[in-house]
Design a binder for this molecule. Sequence first.
Ligand SMILES: [Fe+2]
Length: 242
Amino acid sequence: MIDLHCHLLPGIDDGAKNISDAMALAKYAYESGITHVVCTPHIHEGYFDNDIEIIESTHEIFKSALRREGIALKSHFAAEVRISPTIVKMAKNNRLPFLGYFEKRPVLLLELPHSHIPPGTEQLVNWLKGEGIVPMIAHPERNRDILSNYNKASWLRGKGLLFQLTAGAITGTFGDKVKQCALKMLDDGFADVIATDTHNLHKRPPELAGAFKFVQDSFGKSSAEDLCINNPMEIAGCWFND
Ligand SMILES: [Fe+2]
């Protein structure tokens, strides 16, 4: 399986705190059936002021440690970018780290606040699309605006975006309401990718196998393979050609 959303890089956001944490997460991921990851630290102005250079150099340290520890997890980097007007500037200056490509267009993992869908979302999404960038919304099933009004998910989906659901949301880690929302999205064909959004071992582990099994049992094996293997590999496979 391939995980397109995880916070494995050490010390630059609220995921792995240090390199030993990062290795423990990587080992768990690999042993639970994740063969490839795209590490997506937060870029969130004022909270996690990461940029491409910081992420790339931290990823080099992470990759060296994987080699040293003999963990055969294949890895690349991107970012989970919090929605903000500065995204326009970042895009214009080629400062957005992309997850990969979908139909030859770069894919941006875009995070909305958990509390709501902020005003301006539609304009930003339209602008990105006009620039040939495909936004993939991180964990829409956990957004409170969507949880209280599912029509907002349909509306957002109608903008031609990709949706990344969280593995733990499907298996129930985030509670029943989030699970029901995630299942409805699966049912409606709104899900493009399932990813872990791993932050740590105890509460948000690199656990994709449980969601794979759940989707396989409820929607069939090919759905599980599409969401956990084929679709994410179609997007990020370009990083793993060697
Ligand atoms: Fe995340």
